[in-house]
Design a protein around this ligand. Structure first.
Ligand SMILES: Nc1ncnc2c1ncn2[C@@H]1O[C@H](COP(=O)(O)OP(=O)(O)O)[C@@H](O)[C@H]1O
Ligand SMILES: O=C(O)C1=C[C@@H](OP(=O)(O)O)[C@@H](O)[C@H](O)C1
Ligand SMILES: [Mg+2]
Length: 181
C-alpha cells in the first residue's frame, strides 16, 4: 500500500481505534489529525474551539490533513473533516477513503462510555443522543460522497479491519482488470 488511507465517519465510529489497528496489520504509519493538531498547538480541541470558534478549528483541521498526508499512511480524521468540499476532494484525490458506518445507538453507547470531552466539545448544545442523530442525518451523505468504500463499523474491531482489507483488495483487483472505481 503506498496511497494513504483516510478513515471518515461520525464521532465514536472508531476512526482512531480502527486506524491504529489497521496500520499495525498492514504495516503502515498511523496518524490521527486531531492528535497531531493537539500536539502541534499544545491545546485540546475544546480549548481551540473556545478560543477560535469552530471555524478556526476547521481551518486548522484542513491544514493538519494536508500536513499528515503521506504515502503508506493510515489517517484517522475527525468526524467533521467532510464538511469542507475541499477536504472531501483532497482525500479522494490523494488516496482511498473509507467510511466507518455505524447506527446511532451504537455511536451513542460508545460515546457515553468514552466521552473524551476535551476532544469532543458539544456540536449543538443538545443532549448526546439527539446530537448524534441530528449530526449524522446532516453528514451521512457527505461521508458517502467522500468515500470509495463503506464498511460496517458496528462489529468488533478485528472484523472491521478484515472488512477494510478485503474491500481494498477488491478495489485493487478491479483496477488490475482495467476498471477504475
Ligand atoms: N469496533 C468497535 N467495537 C467496540 N468499541 C469500539 C469500536 N471502535 C471503537 N470503539 C470504542 O469507541 C470509542 C470511540 O472510538 P474512537 O476510535 O475514539 O472513535 P472516533 O475516532 O471515530 O471518534 C472508544 O472507546 C473505542 O474503544
Ligand atoms: O464530529 C466532529 O465535528 C468532531 C469530531 C472529533 O473527532 P472524532 O470524530 O475522532 O471524535 C473532533 O475532530 C472534533 O471534536 C470535531
Ligand atoms: Mg478519533
Amino acid at each position: 500500500m503506498t496511497q494513504p488511507l483516510f478513515l471518515v465517519g461520525p464521532r465514536g465510529c472508531g476512526k482512531t481505534t480502527i486506524g491504529m489497528l489497521l496500520a499495525e496489520v498492514i504495516r503502515c504509519r498511523f496518524v490521527d489529525t486531531d492528535r497531531w493538531l493537539q500536539s502541534q498547538v499544545q491545546q485540546t480541541v475544546a480549548q481551540l474551539v473556545e478560543q477560535e470558534g469552530w471555524a478556526g478549528f476547521r481551518a486548522r483541521e484542513t491544514a493538519a490533513l494536508e500536513a499528515v498526508t503521506a504515502p503508506s499512511t493510515v489517517v484517522a480524521t475527525g468526524g467533521g473533516i467532510i464538511l469542507t468540499e475541499y477536504n472531501r476532494r483532497y482525500m479522494r484525490a490523494q488516496g482511498k477513503v473509507i467510511y466507518l458506518c455505524a447506527p446511532v445507538p451504537v455511536l451513542v453507547n460508545r460515546l457515553l462510555a468514552s466521552p473524551e470531552e476535551a476532544l469532543r466539545p458539544s456540536l449543538t448544545g443538545k443532549p448526546l443522543s439527539e446530537e448524534v442523530q441530528e449530526v449524522l442525518k446532516q453528514r451521512d451523505r457527505l461521508y458517502r460522497e467522500a468515500a470509495h468504500v463503506v464498511v460496517d463499523a458496528s462489529r468488533e474491531p478485528d472484523r472491521v479491519v478484515s472488512e477494510i482489507s478485503a474491500a481494498l483488495a477488491r478495489t485493487a483487483r478491479r483496477k488490475q482488470g482495467g476498471v477504475y472505481t
